[in-house]
Design a protein around this ligand. Structure first.
Ligand code: SF4
Ligand code: SF4
Ligand code: FES
Length: 872
């Protein structure tokens, strides 16, 4: 650490960083706009000025930009110096000349970095009296709102969108003294991470359009720390509620997981919580019923003894465990389709045997050679794609290091790199959004992807079994071998054991990190809870061993072919379903119990990385909705901690989940942690339609969070941070004040605990089941799934904004025998669909893709051979 003197007092700062970073890490209130810890420094706004002195005798000093000046040993600066303070006030006065000052009607008002910095810089009087420059705003689609008049030209948006997220359709357009930040024409922002503009833009130019439909100020919302439910990566979120509806999702910084950014599915998919299709009351035989009679019916059926339970990879560990406890471990079945369950078990086994470590998303950013074996990351595990996109900078950045350009000096580093990219190899059946930064891609059927993997592993280690000598295999092997931090990524997307095993061989051969994606928010957790295969549940009912089935938060029609689920549900005399949204399975239920969504529940998910993370109830629903585990729990479990204690005793391998978050008894100086910001306004008037007096806030028996603004003013442990706020920092950039060092871990450690760890000794040997080369068949197609960030996930499709962007079900082929959009019949052993055709030249010969996720393309067991024909 270097000693830097600020206003004549010594402070310890990181010498590899700049002075702005150091000053903010030390808690100084130094205003800035264009710098962002994830983007580095460009010196565009001049807002972060400080005065630098040569030595202690220098009385004049010179004004420098703190974001462009290294925090070198012995540096002397002043923040308080009147001349530099006046400079900063002058800069913001200039930036504000054209600003509309429309804070009362701006969605950013009250949590705006521009407001905070204006106050911090001391600009409090407007002298400019002339006409302001105005712009026409653009319609950027259903997710992000555009109001260009508020722009201060800091350039963060285009730097983030183009250089960090890889988008092409947002830019800075200049004419004379005017700069416009937007698209070349109105239209939906194409990048899958566009929602981060809402947080990156320090003003109200880009705001959350979904929030606009049910707007509430930050201080009028009630928040809880949460975990994204829309894929297996477990990005941390803060969810905000008012009047019983969920208003928005914002990023919850976790240094190891999502850092500063979410994907658009995760940020905007939340509106399913407010859907009209929610169950609010129990429904028995198609009629609403009381909670008491629903409970009575449930206990009666459980007491009959012929009952089985089917768990779910989108329900919490706690709800799965409560169902397992209710029906008994032998009568509990995993709610994951058989093929997928087998693959996930295999992935967990590989990771446990080691020695390949699983990297966090942050560690993925730091890897310097990546081989993606089979995953369309942007559509399956989006935030991981964003991390991989950063990893390609690692090797070329070595040039900047040799030239002694500090890595935070963004444009200096980019100039030194000259657009060079480090090794990234992508082997998938079709082109992916990451291909633009790939060194080479390989599009083939899953068996050939696996063969390439086996060939790479053999090229790395001759003891690994040999496959064909693919020309690309040697190149990939050399790149991985030369890397300091090589990484292999794979997953379940093609239902191919061979692909997963080949990926494991490559990682073993080069001692690379190994990362597997998992399809849903608790796929790994549900697998660790265990249970017999889903097909065995079907057999148990069909053989008459059970006549009642309790289905937990699971649309079985997405897990197995419709004919199998139909005959299973027909054979079950009584189907009891706990879920939040109506779906094909709830349609067949005798009793529906209204289950809480993530926003109305406490629970734990285990991410694909093996990280157990707790999410907390954002609000108590004002109806019969209950957390699934509360419907199912025995009477003697009073709260979540009782359930967790029982779970640790029954399943010792989950014992470390206890470290995911403090227990309900946790207090800071005797106080709970408030879910509402301290400035929450109008609490009595907010509920005046119900009662003129202030009702007592609900009690929370399950967590150390209170349903009010009362509680500790101190920073809670990371797992319990409901929102980021601190004095003078009202925007999300208040996160700076929660970090040990800016851009580093949160004080007290990041949220979550890794419960999957590789064994100390290498218990793994090479897999050797190499598949035969793929052979196209005459007149038939190998049907594979095609994934979509908007459309393949069950829950986010019920959010109106996302629903507008969902890809229409289609079949993709590379054949000239079909014409774009022509309707065809796709037939396979499980049925026939009529679908429009999309021509995709990137698909291999003999392979067709079905855009899975949206009906009717759900629950299909793929890959499968089928035919595609023009309808007669
Ligand atoms: S739109 Fe926002 S992020 Fe972009 S330049 Fe303007 S103020 Fe900065
Ligand atoms: S990457 Fe996955 S977990 Fe993260 S925000 Fe997107 S959908 Fe949610
Ligand atoms: S933050 Fe330093 S110049 Fe913009």
């Amino acid at each position: 650490m270097a000693i830097v003197y600020v206003d004549n007092k010594p402070y310890r700062m990181n010498p590899d960083e700049n002075l702005l970073h150091g000053c903010l890490s030390q808690g100084f209130k130094l205003p800035y706009f264009c710098w962002h810890p994830a983007l580095g420094s460009v010196g565009a706004c001049r807002q972060c000025a400080v005065k630098q002195f040569k030595d202690e005798h220098d009385e004049h000093g010179k004004i420098v930009m703190s974001c462009l000046t290294p925090a070198k040993e012995g540096t002397r600066i002043s923040i308080a110096d009147p001349e530099v303070a006046a400079f900063r006030a002058g800069i913001i006065e200039g930036l504000m000349l054209n600003h509309p000052h429309d804070c009362p009607v701006c969605d950013e008002g009250g949590e705006c970095h521009l407001q905070d910095m204006t106050v911090m810089a001391g600009h409090d009087y407007r002298r400019y009296e002339f006409e302001k420059r105005t712009f026409r705003n653009q319609n950027l689609g259903p997710l992000v709102n555009h109001e260009m008049n508020r722009c201060i030209q800091c350039y963060r948006c285009v730097r983030y969108y183009r250089e960090y997220a890889g988008g092409n359709d947002l830019n800075a357009f200049a004419s004379r003294d005017t700069v416009f930040f937007g698209r070349h024409e109105d239209g939906v922002l194409e990048n899958e991470f566009s929602g981060n503009l809402v947080e990156i833009c320090p003003t109200g130019v880009f705001t959350d359009k979904t929030l606009k439909h049910h707007y509430a100020r930050k201080w009028d919302q009630q928040f809880a720390p949460s975990v994204c439910v829309h894929c297996g990566l477990g990005c941390n979120t803060d969810a905000g509620e008012r009047y019983g509806s969920l208003r928005r999702i914002v990023n919850r910084y976790n240094h190891e997981v999502n850092g500063y950014f979410l994907c658009d599915r995760g940020r905007f998919g939340y509106e399913f919580v407010n859907s009209e299709r929610r169950f609010r009351h129990p429904v028995l035989k198609g009629q609403p019923t009381s909670v008491a009679s629903a409970r009575h019916y449930l206990s009666e059926k459980v007491a009959s003894g012929k009952v089985i339970g089917i768990g779910s990879p989108r329900a919490s560990l706690e709800s799965n465990f409560a169902l397992r406890t209710l029906v008994g471990a032998d009568q509990f079945y995993t709610g994951i389709g058989d093929a997928e369950a087998r693959l996930v078990r295999q992935m967990i086994e590989i990771l446990r045997r080691g020695p390949m470590p699983t990297p966090t998303l942050r560690e993925i950013e730091e890897c310097d050679a990546v081989f993606i074996m089979g995953e369309d990351l942007t559509n399956v595990a989006p935030r991981m794609a964003l991390a991989v996109r950063q990893s390609v900078r690692q090797q070329p950045m070595e040039v900047a290091k040799k030239l002694n350009i500090p890595l935070w000096m963004d444009y200096g580093v980019r100039d030194a790199m000259q657009g060079a990219k480090g090794p990234l190899y992508i082997a998938t059946p079709y082109a992916t959004r990451l291909d633009d930064v790939a060194t080479a891609t390989f599009h083939a059927a899953p068996d050939d992807l696996a063969r390439l993997g086996f060939a790479v592993a053999h090229a790395l280690d001759s003891r690994a079994p040999a496959a064909d000598n693919f020309p690309l295999a040697g190149e990939i092997a050399r790149a991985l071998k030369a890397a300091k931090k090589p990484l292999v990524i794979s997953g379940t997307s093609w239902a191919s054991e061979a692909v997963i095993q080949a990926a494991a061989n490559v990682a073993m051969a080069v001692q690379a990190a190994l990362s597997f994606t998992a399809p849903e928010c608790n796929t790994v957790g549900a697998t660790l809870i265990g249970g017999s295969p889903l097909s065995a549940a079907f057999q148990a009912v069909q053989n008459g061993r059970a006549d009642t089935v309790i289905i937990l938060e699971n649309d079985l029609y997405r897990r197995a072919p419709a004919v199998e689920v139909d005959s299973f549900l027909k054979a079950a005399a009584h189907a009891i379903v706990l879920d939040h949204l109506a779906n094909a399975t709830t349609e067949k239920a005798e009793l529906i119990l209204p289950a809480g969504t993530f926003a109305e529940s406490d629970g734990t998910f285990v991410s694909s990385e093996g990280r157990a993370q707790r999410f907390f109830q954002v609000f108590v629903p004002q109806n019969d909705v209950l957390e699934s585990w509360r419907w199912l729990k025995p009477d003697h479990w009073q709260n979540l901690d009782d359930l967790l204690a029982a779970m640790y005793a029954a399943l010792p391998e989950l014992a470390e989940v206890r470290y995911a978050a403090p227990s309900a008894a946790f207090r800071i100086a005797g106080a709970k942690i408030p879910r509402s910001p301290h400035r929450e306004s109008g609490r009595t008037s907010a509920l005046v339609n119900i009662n003129i007096s202030e009702p007592k806030p609900p009690e929370d028996l399950d967590s150390p969070l209170s349903f009010s603004m009362e509680g500790t003013p101190d920073q809670p442990p990371a797992a319990l941070i409901p929102f980021f706020w601190s004095p003078s920092w009202n925007s999300i950039q208040a996160v700076n004040t929660y970090q040990k060092e800016i851009g580093g871990p949160l004080r007290g450690g990041d949220a979550g605990v890794r419960i999957l760890k590789p064994a100390a000794a290498n218990g793994q040997s090479y897999f050797n089941a190499i598949p035969s080369p793929f052979q196209p068949r005459e007149g038939e197609w190998l049907l594979l799934p095609i994934y979509h960030i908007f459309g393949s996930d069950e829950l986010s499709c019920s959010a109106p904004g996302i629903a507008e962007l969902v890809a229409k079900p289609h079949v993709a082929v590379n054949s000239g025998d079909f014409t774009e959009n022509a309707e065809v019949e796709v037939s396979y052993a499980g049925g026939t669909f009529r679908l429009p055709v999309r021509i995709r030249p990137d698909l291999p010969r003999g392979v067709a893709g079905l855009s899975v996720g949206a009906p009717p393309l759900v629950g299909i067991a793929l890959p499968a051979w089928g035919t595609i024909a023009r309808p007669k």
